[in-house]
Design a protein around this ligand. Structure first.
Ligand code: UT7
Length: 320
């Protein structure tokens, strides 16, 4: 049996912030952001939370799959921006959906979070322990941005994407995931420092810091290798793949991966122009967008690939 994605959903916050809007509050321009990254606008939260975006995305995915809350055995959310340290976002989603049969937990694999959630759900489903899982990538990254650091804050956005997966005849054909903690410090957001009667630290919260060029080099070398690996594992060739749905960090990364694989950019759908980089939520939001546009037909083979903080990466070939 294979783990099959049977429904998708997504939710973006209401408020659109364009590059032009950002250029009013910091020293940047639409020209710089769009030419260096392909991003034109992003959505940022006002009242929405990671959990509220997740719940809406989840309901849409469940409706798309025709699955009720009672059928869900497992909920996994890939996120680095849960609203609470505890409860997890997955537990908040479980409560809001009334999915009281489900076990629920979050995964921190940064931009690879949805891919790690998919692989984890697959492992559970393969044991026969669970039959139906709800997996999400959800972020409100705007709250961990330093809005005085133009090199990072302009890149990111907020949103949530979800998928319902179930054991079936077709589905996940192959996957690859990996981590390289030795390079983790190129993309960081520090948690609270030690603070107790022995060690006094003022309560301070740090913001996201990224060595963009190092992350860029990591992405354009690791992602093509990981994609080639999963395609070979699935017993397929590059030409058998209908779409490559990659983490949406930078259009230049996507173009470079397409070139290194020798594949037309037409096979790489994008959402980064209107979403920016939404870390763990990028892949499921993109998948939902192409699903709702009717671009996914039965029998198609799609490569999914996430990469980023940790450093981490995860790729999969799915048959839909
Ligand atoms: O999701 C996790 C994965 N993350 C990624 O994959 C990110 C990967 N990295 C990237 O996408 C790119 O490295 C960036 C988009 C982050 C940066 O692009 P870059 O071409 O590497 O630019 P840079 O950092 O080398 O900066 C070039 C110049 C600098 O000015 P000087 O030193 O040449 O005078 C920056 O100060 O651009 C300047 N700059 C800006 N100018 C206007 C940096 N940010 C901005 C800005 N607006 N927002």
């Amino acid at each position: 049996m294979r783990t099959r994605i049977i429904g998708t959903g997504s939710c973006l916050p209401e408020t659109v912030v364009t590059n032009e809007d950002l250029s009013q509050i910091m020293d940047t321009s639409d020209e710089w952001i769009s030419s260096r990254t392909g991003i034109r606008e992003r959505r940022l939260v006002k009242e929405e939370t990671t959990a509220s975006l997740s719940v809406t995305a989840a309901k849409r995915a469940m409706e798309n799959a025709g699955v009720s809350a009672q059928e869900i055995d497992l909920i996994i959310v890939g996120t680095i921006t849960g609203d609470y340290v505890t409860p997890s976002t997955a537990c908040e989603v479980q409560a809001a959906l009334g999915a009281d049969r489900a076990a629920a937990f979050d995964i921190n694999a940064a931009c690879s979070g949805f891919m790690f959630a998919l692989h984890t759900a697959d492992a559970y489903l393969k044991t026969g322990m669970y039959k139906t899982a709800l997996i999400l990538g959800a972020e409100t990254l705007s709250k961990i941005m330093d809005w005085s650091d133009r090199s990072t804050c302009v890149l990111f956005g907020d949103g949530a994407g979800a998928a319902v997966v179930r054991s079936d005849e077709v589905g996940l054909l192959a996957y690859d995931q990996g981590s390289d903690g030795t390079r983790g410090m190129v993309l960081t957001c520090r948690n609270r420092k030690n603070n107790n009667p022995l060690v006094q630290n003022p309560t301070d919260f740090s913001y996201t810091q990224m060595d963009g060029q190092e992350v860029y080099k990591f992405a354009v070398t690791t992602v093509p290798k990981s994609i080639k690996k999963v395609i070979a594992q699935a017993g397929l060739t590059i030409d058998d793949i209908d779409y490559f749905a990659l983490h949406q960090a930078n259009i230049r990364i996507i173009q470079s991966v397409a070139k290194r694989l020798g594949v037309s950019e037409d096979k790489f759908p994008t959402s980064l122009d209107h979403c920016g980089n939404i870390s763990a939520a990028s892949v499921p939001i993109l998948l939902d967008e192409i699903n709702r546009k009717g671009l996914i037909k039965p029998g198609m083979k799609i490569v999914l690939s996430g990469f980023g903080g940790g450093l981490t990466w995860g790729s999969a070939v799915i048959e839909v």
